[in-house]
Every structure is written in structure tokens, then in C-alpha cells.
Design a protein around this ligand. Structure first.
Ligand code: AVI
Length: 311
């Protein structure tokens, strides 16, 4: 029986064009490489968003009010949510939602140690699908947190579906959303083609992971990391490009890749501020303040969820 990864890779190799979800980047090695990407000089999103959050978290705290509960979509960087938890007025509860139970447990244990009065309730679920949250008990608002421009890794339809789901669970509250901005293509190109080759290793790890988990025989040296900005579609595309005609065997099935053919591994959409606000409005949010950096590289949005009790 093939795993979900094996099944999706099999479908991807058989299709034209070939593409696979970027969620498969994140095994332990991929997560470690992504943490290194976040520290790279060329990869501006992480430090820019952190600086924006540091500057604006006081305003966010005032908007959130006392006793808010924070719902984080993905238990990502503790550094970011910690800023909110420290600045908010007596946050009542923290609900991180993540598909990886192990990752969630670790994050929860660290935050419980740091915030003794905070009720930390991890939710193991796929937040891109329909999911349920524990009942909203306190009198504070429910504030969603989705930093990092992870929304940019969704297709436009997936982004809209995610926002609809978030609006449903955050009723009466708000969503704090980080979104990378459209900018000089050279800046974007450098961010996904770093000099140290960490992004290349991150991309190629998808094939290494397949070799480890699925017993495939990908020759990593026969593939090139290929990332470029597709300006009309406002997205960075990452591909793995076959350097030569080659064959790979997955679960007994042989697939041929011609020289120059690619496996499309990721889209990273970039947004205009108005475009992001319009998208959020389509999902029922009322756009509030937007914070950005002096170079307008990155944006953090306060989006008011529709009124009413939370689901
Ligand atoms: C997680 N995500 C927002 C990153 C991005 O920039 O799209 C993933 C990434 N891919 C290459 N570098 C970083």
C-alpha cells in the first residue's frame, strides 16, 4: 500500500505537466532546511514579518482586547506567536492547529512553561480541510493567526477556501494574516535562489525523501533546482528540472523524464495589499489595518471576521 505521498508522487509523475503539493517538503529534514531558509540573507520574509509584528503588536493588542484566545493555523514559529502572547492583555487560551501531533506537543509544552496562566489546547487537524475547534468559552475575542505568507503556497481557490473556513471559526473576532508582497523580481528571484544553495537543497529533499520513504531511485545530481518569478501570475514557481533523459521506478512502475522536463513542486504567490484585502472580503472578512515595512516587502493584515458567535 502506497502512502499518501507515494500515491500523489505516482499521480504527479504520470501527469503532464507534472506537479505535486509543497506539503511534501516538510519531513524532519525539510523542516530543518526551511528553518535555515528563514535565516538566509536573501530570504527577507521571516525577519521582515517579525519586525512588522514587533512594531505593530501593541495596536493589535488594543484591537484584540482583554482575554482573547489565539487560534494559530499551523504551529509554526514560536517566535512570532510569542510576540502576540506577550503583548495581548491576559490572553485566555492558545489553540494551535497542526497536522503533526508531535510538533504540536513540543510547541505546547514550551509555551505552557513560559505562560503559566495560559490555557494551551493543541488541535491535531488539517486546517486546509473542514475541522472543529473546542467551544469558545471565554468572553474574549477569538483571534486567528496565520503568519509567514503560507497563504501564498495555496492555489487561489485553496486560499479562498481557507479564508472561508477561518471566517467561520473566528466569527466575532479577527484574523492576523501575513502576506508577502509583489516587488522587484530580482529581490524575489534572489530569495528563492540563495547563494548557499539551501533553497535548492530544500527543493531536492523532496526527491531524497521519496528515495528514503518510497524506495525510489532518483539520482539527485540529475536534477536542478529551478525557481523563477512568473510575473503575470504573481508567483514564484519552484520546479525540479531533469538535466538529462532518465527513468525512475516507483512501486514497480517506470516513469521516463526527458531532458528539460520538470516536476513543479511549489507556487509562492505574492500579493498586492488591495488584492489581499479584496480576497479576504470575498470570504466575508472586513479588512482592518495593514502594517508593512519601510521597503514594502511584506504585509500583515488585521481582518475583522463576520459578526456572530464562533462555530
Ligand atoms: C512556507 N512558505 C511561505 C515558503 C515560501 O516562501 O513560499 C516556503 C519556501 N519555499 C522556498 N523558500 C521558502
Amino acid at each position: 500500500m502506497l502512502s499518501e505521498f507515494g500515491h500523489d508522487l505516482q499521480q504527479a509523475l504520470a501527469a503532464r505537466p507534472r506537479s505535486i503539493s509543497p506539503k511534501y517538503f516538510y519531513d524532519a529534514e525539510g523542516s530543518r532546511l526551511f528553518d535555515r531558509i528563514c535565516e538566509l540573507p536573501e530570504y527577507y520574509p521571516t525577519r521582515t514579518e517579525l519586525a512588522i509584528l514587533q512594531r505593530s503588536v501593541g495596536e493589535m493588542a488594543a484591537l484584540a482586547g482583554r482575554g482573547a484566545e489565539i487560534v494559530e493555523f499551523g504551529a509554526g514559529s514560536l517566535r512570532k506567536v510569542r510576540l502576540l502572547l506577550q503583548a495581548f492583555d491576559a490572553p485566555a487560551r492558545y489553540l494551535p492547529i497542526d497536522i503533526s501531533g508531535e510538533h504540536l506537543r513540543d510547541a505546547a509544552a514550551i509555551l505552557r512553561g513560559e505562560f503559566a496562566r495560559l490555557d494551551v489546547q493543541p488541535v491535531v487537524a488539517d486546517y486546509t480541510q473542514s475541522f472543529a475547534l473546542p467551544e469558545h468559552t471565554g468572553s474574549g475575542k477569538r483571534i486567528g493567526f496565520f503568519p509567514g505568507s503560507t497563504i501564498g503556497n495555496f492555489t487561489p481557490d485553496e486560499a479562498l477556501a481557507f479564508l472561508h473556513g477561518a471566517a467561520r471559526v473566528l466569527r466575532g473576532g479577527a484574523l492576523v494574516l501575513g502576506a508577502d508582497l509583489v516587488k522587484d523580481p530580482q529581490v524575489l528571484h534572489a530569495a528563492y535562489n540563495d547563494a548557499q544553495g539551501v533553497t535548492a537543497a530544500f527543493n531536492l529533499n523532496l526527491l531524497a525523501r521519496a528515495n528514503r520513504e518510497l524506495g525510489t531511485n532518483f539520482q539527485l545530481a540529475q536534477f536542478a533546482h529551478y525557481a523563477f518569478y512568473n510575473a503575470p501570475l504573481q508567483r514564484i514557481e519552484m520546479h525540479l528540472l531533469s538535466r538529462a533523459k532518465q527513468a525512475v521506478v516507483l512501486a514497480g512502475e517506470r516513469f521516463t523524464l526527458e531532458e528539460g522536463e520538470t516536476l513543479h513542486t511549489e507556487n509562492s504567490y505574492k500579493f498586492t495589499i488591495d488584492g489581499l484585502r479584496a480576497l479576504a472580503q470575498r470570504a466575508g472578512f472586513r479588512p482592518g489595518p495593514v502594517w508593512t515595512d519601510p521597503e514594502r516587502l511584506f504585509s500583515v493584515h488585521w481582518l475583522h471576521a463576520p459578526p456572530g458567535g464562533s462555530a
